[in-house]
Design a protein around this ligand. Structure first.
Ligand code: BES
Ligand code: ZN
Ligand code: ZN
Length: 498
């Protein structure tokens, strides 16, 4: 969808969108449209008992008096004083959701004066446009037989703005982050015969064109370096396992970087501890942690963020085969600690053990955040609403919680505790990769990771429940969400670029 800004006017084609605030008279722009319809708009609003509540929407087809306009949408914006950036993005998403099935190709949003607290009207209108864009994304490149009525006809959205040029400039900035979300959604949505360790690493290499330094280490190098925990997971795969290291140095020279580490299992069959057949296809999402790190690096580099950042992707495919790792194998991790692999399906923590150790050991980061579709147990605990947040540092946790709330990608704090350590102490090695079977599967997994972070301020985001949307919530359609990109971009902008 193409989004642009123009001076306020009453459109004469396609869909026209106007707003109503809760407990207020019709705003001026809406009144102007009402006048053209000779009061039909106001009568329709009254007849439908439309109160202008948040996300309330009224569609009037072939509105009287509005020459050329095929559809008039009245959008509820709720109470003016409650309009935040996020609420405005949600309002924009509501427009996109409502117009998904329209037959019109163009829309004009005539809401130039918003008066949200702490936001200029240009900021407010670009937020709405950004929400509209986020919601309009779909993944349909493999659909070759879509009927015209199944395709979204809407191609052009124009938003009225008091200063269209300023709005264009601000929107261009927001769009960089949204495009990065789309990159993440795309690599997560691509099927596992397209995204494999080779092609995922190649996606990272493309970021060189925007100034990101990218190193790709293959199996031979990783063997020499000693990342045996990561390598073990990939023994059953035809693909070479990889560690990808991306660097963006937009901050002060010599300042310790912030490190992001992503689980990048391009397909998780479970390995020899094989998963049941039903829904196994969903395990193509198991590289979403790496997908978010990739998208985040693109977001930061494309907006020239004033910060030093390292992005590490631990990339493997977890397959059963004659060369696959066995339950019972013991591997020596990069940290020197030995791991007894009792279940080959608890592979994410093996990949992260080496990737985390590598990141903290090489870069001495000021803090480190990993993202992983790590446990089914986090879905049991939090469903698809929150990602689990585990951290050894209260200040870091608070910053992440705040950023998640602001961006509509909420986190919920979960416990790390030395008490969980006894569940993962192995009888014959330093640690085992599954708990002793007394619940708290997400916490024992996180406690396992903590053994590989060496006291660096660290947070682990278990995104297993939020990576895939099954119903098409606020900014998504069914499928990949890109959860984490907006959150972490905001976390950096808010705390580390001042
Ligand atoms: N990739 C899965 C976790 C997962 C489950 C992600 C459901 C998304 C949805 C992970 O590698 C895994 O299989 N974890 C096991 C660990 C268990 C064997 C200790 C799990 O959660 O069942
Ligand atoms: Zn697994
Ligand atoms: Zn997995």
């Amino acid at each position: 969808m193409n989004i642009s800004f123009a001076s306020p006017k009453i459109a004469d084609t396609g869909v026209l969108v106007v707003a109503v605030f809760q407990d207020e008279a019709l705003p001026e722009a809406t009144q102007d449209v009402d006048a053209v319809t000779k009061g039909a708009l106001a009568r329709a609003v009254a007849a439908a008992s439309f109160q202008g509540k948040k996300a309330e929407i009224l569609s009037i087809l072939v509105p009287e008096g509005l020459k050329g306009v095929g559809q008039l949408l009245v959008l509820g914006l709720g109470k003016r004083e409650e309009l935040t950036q996020l609420a405005l993005e949600e309002a924009g998403a509501k427009i996109a959701a409502t117009l998904k099935c329209t037959k019109h190709t163009a829309g004009f949003v005539h809401i130039p004066t918003i008066g949200a607290k702490g936001l200029s009207d240009v900021q407010a209108v670009t937020a709405m446009a950004n929400g509209c864009l986020l919601k309009s994304w779909t993944f349909d490149k493999y659909k070759t037989k879509q009927k015209p009525e199944e395709k979204c006809a809407l191609k052009e959205m124009t938003f009225a703005a008091s200063d269209p040029q300023a709005a264009e400039a601000l929107f261009a900035q927001l769009k960089k982050i949204t495009d990065a979300v789309f990159l993440t959604r795309t690599v997560v949505s691509e099927p596992p015969n397209v995204i494999n360790p080779d092609t995922l690493a190649a996606c990272a290499e493309e970021l060189r064109s925007i100034g990101v330094t990218v190193e790709v280490f293959g199996e031979k190098e990783l063997q020499k370096m000693g990342l045996n925990a990561l390598l073990g997971v990939g023994y059953g795969s035809q693909y070479d396992s990889k560690l990808v290291v991306m660097q963006w140095n937009g901050g002060k020279k010599g300042e310790a970087p912030i490190a992001f580490v992503g689980k990048g299992v391009t397909f998780d069959t479970g390995g020899i501890s094989i998963k049941p057949a039903s829904n196994m296809d969903e395990m193509k999402d198991d590289m979403a942690g790496s997908g978010v790190v990739l998208g985040l690096m693109q977001a930061l580099a494309s907006r020239n963020a004033k910060v030093n950042v390292v992005g590490v992707m631990g990339i493997v495919e977890n397959m059963p085969s004659g060369t696959a790792q066995r339950p019972g194998d013991i591997v020596k991790s990069l940290s020197g600690q030995t791991i007894e692999v009792l279940n080959t399906d608890a592979e994410g923590r093996l990949v992260l053990a080496d990737a985390l150790w590598y990141a903290q050991d090489r870069f001495k980061p000021q803090l480190m955040i990993d993202l992983a579709t790590l446990t089914g147990a986090i879905v049991v605990a939090l469903g698809h609403e929150y990602a689990g947040l585990f951290s050894n540092n209260e200040d870091l946790a608070q910053k992440l919680l705040a950023a998640g709330k602001t961006m509509g990608e909420p986190l919920w704090p979960m416990p790390l505790d030395p008490a969980y350590d006894k569940d993962i102490d192995s009888d014959i090695a330093d640690v085992k990769n599954i708990g002793s079977g007394r619940g708290a599967g997400s916490s024992t997994a996180a406690q396992f990771l903590q053994r590989f972070v060496n006291d660096v301020p660290w947070a682990h985001l278990d995104i297993a429940g939020v990576t895939r949307d099954t119903q098409g919530k606020t900014f998504n359609h069914k499928g990949a969400t890109g959860f984490g990109v907006r959150l972490l971009n905001h976390f950096i902008a808010q705390n580390y670029e001042q």
